[in-house]
Structures are given as C-alpha cells and as structure tokens.
Design a protein around this ligand. Structure first.
Ligand SMILES: [Zn+2]
Ligand SMILES: [Zn+2]
Length: 367
C-alpha cells in the first residue's frame, strides 16, 4: 500500500495507480495534485506496474478453490489420512497384549508395530498445520487493503483502486488492474495489523504486490498432495527398515519361553506353549509350511513336558530344503518373538549358514 502525507492536514493518504496524479484525503476532504517528488516516485511505480505480468496477481483455479472451499479441503484431507491410517492402525493392534494369554508384547515388537503409526500421525499433523499456514500466507499475500476510514471501500492490494462491494464471496477482482483480492472481514482484520503505508519506495512495493500471488503459487495444493502421497511411502520404508534391522538383532535366549515337542503330520516338531488366561494350554507351531495352522488348543488338564530353547542345542532338525542339520547355538529375535536355531550340516556337501525358528522346527533324528 503506497501513500503520502496530506499537504493540508498531514494525515496519511493512500495513493492509487488508477488515479496516479491525484491525492484525495479522507480526513479533510482535500483533493489535489501530488507534490513533485511524490509524483516522480509515482511515475516509476506506474512503469513497474505496466511491465508486470497479469498472472502474477491472479489466483489459479486451484488456489481459488483452496481459499474458498477450505472446509471441504480439510474434510478431504482428514478423510484421506483416515483411510491411509488403517494399515498402520491394524499394524499397531498387533502390539497389544495377547487376548488369550494376556502376555504383553516384546518392547522391540511394540516399537516396530506402533512406531509407524506414531510417525504417520505426526507427519499428518505436520502437514495439516503446514497447509493451514500456506493458506493463511496466500490469503495475506492477496488480501485487499483495509478501508482507510469507516464507510470507505477496501482497496486493491496491487494498484490501490477502490474495490467493488460484493454481497457474497471472499475474493473480488479489481476493476482497474484485474488483481484478485481477498476481502473477507476476518482477513482484512488480520492484514490491518501487518500492512503499512509505504511512503518512500513506491516502485518496490508495487513490484512485490504484482508478484505476491505468483510467489506462493501452487504451494498450498502441491504441498498437500505431494506430501499426502509421500507420507505413507516414507512410513512404509521406515517400517520395513525397522523390521529388517530389528529382525537381524540376535539377543540371548529367553528362558521364560516354554516349548514342547509334539507329533504332527510332518513328524515330531517343536511348538511354543501358550498358557491362556482360562487355565488351558495351546501349542503354537508357527507358520512354517506343513504345520498345523494357528494355536492348537489342548484338552483341559494337559501338563506339557516343558523344554527351554537352549535344550535344543545339539539336536538334529530338518532345514526347509529337507537336509538334516545340527543346532549349534540358539539366539532370540524380539521382532519374531521366537528363537533362531542356528544350524550346521550333518553330512558333508555345499551348505549355506542358515537357521530355522524354534516354532515349527521338526526333528530329523526322531520320526
Ligand atoms: Zn488531509
Ligand atoms: Zn487493482
């Protein structure tokens, strides 16, 4: 907003590129020509204005929608994030204590399964505030100049011409320079405190106003959609990295875990003993191929012959390729919540160092 002091009463008078030769004071009603030095600066500002691109002061259709339908956009944003959050919520549920055994999940498991949800929610919150901030910035960039006095019209933020009064709509195009102006009462109140009359460098102020919209162009929508698409991908990569890193961590054996040896159609195999809150037990053979699926409930009163993971060292088990291998050492994997049985081949021949999980490991030395 450019202006000068009234030569009669000294009040600050906003000037307009639409009437570049005239000073009109709303305080004392004085109307007259601009003082010489002010007229010189005004001519420079008019040159800058004519050289400027019209697009720099007009909102794109997307920006216009972002400013006028913010409620709808907020709803769409929240709905999209809600839908994208479902896999992360599902993942986080896995970290809840087991309903049947009441056993709490391993801390590493909790981090791996709840962490992605926390990161996802945090990125959503960050985006939500960033979009709100970008929208307010755009509103301020193309806000009209508030009325100089009560009863006066708001004026164009680029050229200073009085804006047509409209009953509806928050955005008005200037009749003189076609610049888009946000005229909602709330935005005019906000801009009143931050926009001041520029008394010296008119050309610089006009230059910055003619590109005000362009300099924030597209940021609102680009930020919203780009980030909304990127966030789940980033979180998934993060989730996968956590699982890979945590899955490779070899911890000492957990001697509180109870195993049992039980017959299956694939032979004599190891199962984890699940002690349920109702006092019964179930055998969990894990997810290895050929194993009974899901925990196998045992008749009430069953007293399993408990085996600890370390007792499996020295036993001969079958690897997935069918080869018999001896268990040389046992480590614990928090992410899988099971023990890795590290193997060495019994017979000579090509052999890659490998391991099987305790749950579902079948003995080659017992039929
Ligand atoms: Zn005056
Ligand atoms: Zn204008």
């Amino acid at each position: 907003m450019i202006g000068t002091s009234c030569p009669r009463c000294g009040a600050r008078v906003p000037l307009s590129l639409a009437a570049p030769d005239t000073l009109r004071c709303v305080s004392c009603r004085h109307v007259g020509p601009l003082p010489g030095d002010v007229a010189d600066r005004m001519r420079l500002a008019v040159d800058v204005f004519h050289a400027a691109d019209l697009r720099g002061r007009q909102l794109t259709a997307a920006q216009r929608r972002g400013l006028t339908s913010s409620g709808l956009y907020t709803f769409l944003f929240l709905a999209t994030f809600g839908v994208l959050a479902v896999p992360f919520l599902t993942c986080a549920v896995c970290a809840l204590p087991d309903a049947q055994t009441g056993r709490a999940a391993d801390p590493m498991t909790v981090v791996a399964f709840v962490g992605p949800l926390v990161v996802f929610a945090a990125s959503g919150l960050f985006l939500f505030t960033a979009i709100g901030r970008a929208r307010r910035k755009l509103q301020l960039a193309c806000a009209a100049n508030p009325p100089a006095a009560a009863g006066e019209p708001a004026t164009c933020h680029v050229c200073g011409a009085p804006l047509p009064v409209v009953a509806h709509g928050a955005i008005v195009a200037c009749d003189f320079c076609r610049a888009d102006n946000v005229v909602s009462a709330e935005v005019l109140r906000r801009v009143h405190d931050v926009r001041h009359i520029v008394l010296d460098d008119f050309a610089a102020d006009v230059r910055s106003q003619t590109i005000a919209v362009g300099s924030t162009a597209g940021r609102v929508t680009a930020l919203a959609f780009g980030a909304a698409l990127a966030a789940p991908v980033v979180v998934l990569v993060l989730c996968a990295s956590i699982v890979v890193v945590a899955g490779g961590v070899e911890a000492p054996p957990d001697l509180t875990m109870e195993y049992v040896v039980a017959p299956t159609s694939a032979g004599t195999c190891v199962a984890e003993v699940e002690r349920r809150l109702d006092g019964t037990v179930a055998y969990d053979f894990g997810s290895a191929p050929g194993m009974p699926s899901g925990p196998q409930a045992q008749p009430r009163g069953t007293v399993p012959a408990i085996l600890r993971a370390t007792e499996l060292v020295g036993r001969v088990v079958r690897r997935p390729d069918g080869r018999a291998s001896r268990v040389t050492r046992v480590t614990y994997s928090g992410i899988i919540v099971d023990h890795q049985l590290h193997l060495e081949p019994v017979a000579t021949g090509p052999h890659a160092p490998t391991y099987v999980y305790a749950r579902g490991a079948c003995f080659a030395d017992i039929p």
